[in-house]
Design a protein. Structure first.
Length: 301
């Protein structure tokens, strides 16, 4: 569901080929967001996620209590059922961080992490179902404004300015994200990233249309539940379908575009990772080890 993927800012739910975005998907499925240490963020996830969702809806007191309770239940479930699976994924990533990789390996890892992400989203359905019928018209309007602001922010990053300016912004983001895991990139690695971005089929107009579709889909669905157009017993399946449409677009042309991005992304990442020196791969492995240690401390019992 489009309003529930804000924890990894301005990303679409497909793999674009950088290791840091694989990790980003992992963190999204943990409901972490961009906060402090992994341990602190995970242990406080219900409060952090409530703060984030409340920014979209401006909940009233009774609604806030319902959402907080739902998030707490989801977090308890996640710690028991999902966290061990995510730790297994982190262990796989750490074990492979020091070795060369292939596009096929990267796509499989990304797909596995997407399953974890999607499972976490689906577990939010009861919370959405509990609060949606009681939303006020003013809250729907508030959500509409917040989603519009998000689209404007995205446009300023990816559509405004000259093609050269847009490329430099994208390159800077890619370098910053990559260096946060691998450490300082060599000039030839920066140029490799530039070449990959120049040759990418990424199309901001296509992305923007899909974002608008998701936002309109969310607003229409919540409005229909609120108004009673959708019966109460149908709400769980309707919300589930909405979430599924957020990561599996019904637009056939977007599906083809998404597949193309994914295929090239897997190859791009393999080439980038394989260009890394041993010290850079070691830094990646150390980061993953630290994440895993933080998260293991959060396992129940």
């Amino acid at each position: 569901m489009s309003l529930f993927v804000r924890s990894v800012p301005r990303q679409q739910p497909h793999f674009r080929g950088h290791w840091v975005l694989i990790i980003g998907t992992l963190l999204a499925s943990l409901l972490l967001g961009g906060c402090g240490t992994v341990r602190l963020a995970y242990s406080n996830a219900p409060s952090l996620v409530f703060w984030w969702i409340d920014g979209y809806f401006d909940f009233e007191s009774e609604q806030a209590s319902s959402v907080r309770a739902g998030l707490q239940r989801a977090h308890e479930w996640h710690r028991k059922e999902e966290l061990p699976l995510l730790l297994a994924q982190l262990d796989k990533l750490q074990a492979r961080a020091l070795e060369p990789t292939t596009p096929e390996t990267m796509c499989q890892l990304a797909n596995d992490l997407q399953v974890r992400y999607q499972t976490a989203l689906q577990h939010m359905v009861p919370t959405v179902v509990a609060v949606a019928p009681g939303l006020r018209e003013a809250q729907i309007k508030h959500l509409e404004r917040e989603l519009a602001k998000r689209r404007i922010d995205w446009q300023s990053d990816y559509q405004d300015g000259t093609s050269a300016e847009r490329m430099e912004r994208r390159l800077k983001k890619a370098v910053d994200r990559t260096e946060s895991f691998y450490g300082k990139l060599r000039p030839e690695q920066v140029e490799l990233l530039r070449t990959q971005l120049n040759n990418s089929p990424f199309n901001p107009s296509i992305q923007s249309r899909e974002s608008l579709r998701r936002h309109q889909d969310t607003l229409t669905t919540l409005t229909n539940i609120r108004s009673g157009t959708i019966a109460a017993d149908q709400a769980p399946s309707v919300i589930t379908a909405l979430i599924q449409r957020s990561y599996a677009s019904p637009d056939a042309s977007y599906q083809k575009y998404q597949v193309l991005l994914t295929q090239q992304g897997c190859g791009n990442f393999a080439a980038l990772h394989n260009s890394m020196q041993p010290r850079q791969r070691a830094q990646l492995a150390e980061s993953l080890k630290s994440y895993a240690a933080d998260l293991r401390s959060q396992l129940p019992g």
